[in-house]
Design a protein around this ligand. Structure first.
Ligand code: HGY
Ligand code: MN
Ligand code: MN
Length: 411
């Protein structure tokens, strides 16, 4: 039994067509029209092979292939279809299509596993819409409540709760749909590596050992807006100068004072009123701090907070520091890793054990069950950009490994 390269390619290319930014990469935001079109496409494909579909109250899709023992704990695979703006067509989508493909092959071959197998399509993994990542998976395991969903706001100040309701969902009922640890046997997510290692070493598969944790921190600096021409330099309280000094310090702290595995990025900044001839009133920016070792995050954040206090004092700024989201680092399950490794050996697929600097829904499911991840190469190591590319043949190899591993786990 093996997966079908042509079908895998067709699914991915079809999903990519639904982008809201044609010609400038893939943009599919949760609850958008594009997102609905992708879901409709996937649900049609899932129904075609007879899967039982359940859309939960916040829009996660759960497609189930019943097992010989329907009461046995479910084996899950899955990922996300939401993307960053102007992103690629493989981040998340490859794992969803991989799950659909393995279920299609099982149905085509009339294979009945002992445990039920479920493909889950998680909403809002990227967190680029509502300021917090992994919302679909965290809410599914009960880590986020309905009140949290009311607090996650988009740039227009509308909460995920309201947006979900507007699309006809009923987030108030989510507590009845929380996935309990005893209901799940294990989960495997297939995902592009989003870095250079597999591609550089020409290895088709990565078996992930640990996933970095992340702290997402909103830093707000409040200064005094004033005339850019008439205000002498010594009378200014300029939050953009403060932000620049803090961002430079973040880079220095993470590079020189943290652990070798710590990474820190400021990728989003807003300046108000953002006029060339007005000294800014306020500047907000988001710090994305990650490490496999939680000590690296704690260490750097302490020094960064000190720097924010010091710079704010120098420039006479008020400041706020708000933790937008936090995901713990995860060591993946040895049982699942051994199964993936055993199948790779059986199928003579060469592989490399490695860590993930990117977050994944798998790290959330790892809080309630045994989890493994299969990486496939990113050409040139690019991701979260239009240039994100993965060979379809590598995706097929990953799908064959996913199929073999899920079969082992579900029997
Ligand atoms: O940002 C991440 O790590 C993931 O791609 N959402
Ligand atoms: Mn992803
Ligand atoms: Mn991503």
């Amino acid at each position: 039994m093996e997966t079908n390269l042509k079908r895998i390619k067709e699914h991915i290319e079809k999903i990519a067509e639904f982008t809201s930014t044609p010609g400038r990469g893939i943009t599919i935001f949760s609850y958008s029209n594009e997102d609905q079109k992708v879901k409709d496409y996937l649900i049609y494909q899932m129904k075609k092979i007879g899967l039982k579909i359940n859309i939960d109250p916040i829009g996660n899709i759960r497609a189930r292939l019943e097992g010989i023992n329907p009461d046995a704990p479910v084996v899950i695979t899955g990922s996300h279809i939401d993307t960053v703006r102007f992103g690629g067509k493989f981040d998340g989508i490859a794992g969803v299509v991989g799950g659909l493909e393995l279920l299609t092959v099982l149905v085509e071959n009339g294979v009945k596993t002992y445990n039920p197998v479920e493909l889950i399509v998680f909403i809002e993994e990227e967190g680029v819409n509502f300021g917090s990542a992994l919302i679909g998976s965290k809410t599914l395991i009960g880590a986020y409540t309905v009140d949290d969903l009311k607090s996650f706001k988009n740039d227009q100040g509308i909460s995920l709760y309201e947006v979900a309701k507007k699309t006809g969902l009923n987030p108030d009922r989510m507590s009845e749909h929380v996935l309990k640890p005893e209901e799940v046997k294990a989960m495997i997510e297939m995902h592009i590596e989003q870095s250079v290692i597999l591609n550089l070493e020409n290895i088709p598969v990565g078996i992930v050992e640990a996933i970095a944790g992340r702290k997402s921190v909103l830093i707000e600096l409040q200064g005094v807006a004033n005339h850019a021409g008439a205000t002498p330099m010594e009378y200014r309280h300029d939050p953009l100068i403060g932000a620049a000094q803090i961002i430079m310090a973040i880079n220095h702290i993470v590079r020189e004072q943290a652990l070798p595995t710590t990474v820190g990025t400021v990728g989003k900044i807003t300046c108000k009123p953002n006029m060339p001839n007005v000294i800014p009133e306020s500047v907000n920016f988001v710090l994305d701090l990650r490490d496999i070792d939680p000590k690296g995050i704690a260490l750097s954040l302490e020094s960064i907070k000190e720097k924010i206090k010091e710079v704010s004092k120098t420039h006479g700024l008020d400041f706020q520091i708000k933790i937008l989201g936090e995901t713990k680092p995860l060591k993946l399950s040895n049982m699942v890793k051994d199964i993936i490794e055993g199948v790779a050996r059986e199928k003579k697929i060469s592989y490399k054990k490695m860590n993930s600097g990117a977050l994944h829904d798998a790290c959330v499911l790892g809080e309630i069950t045994e989890v493994g991840m299969i990486f496939i190469p990113s050409i040139g190591g690019r991701s979260h950009v239009m240039g994100e590319r993965t060979n379809f043949n590598d995706i097929k190899i990953g799908c064959d490994l996913l199929l073999g591993s899920i079969l082992k786990l579900a029997n």
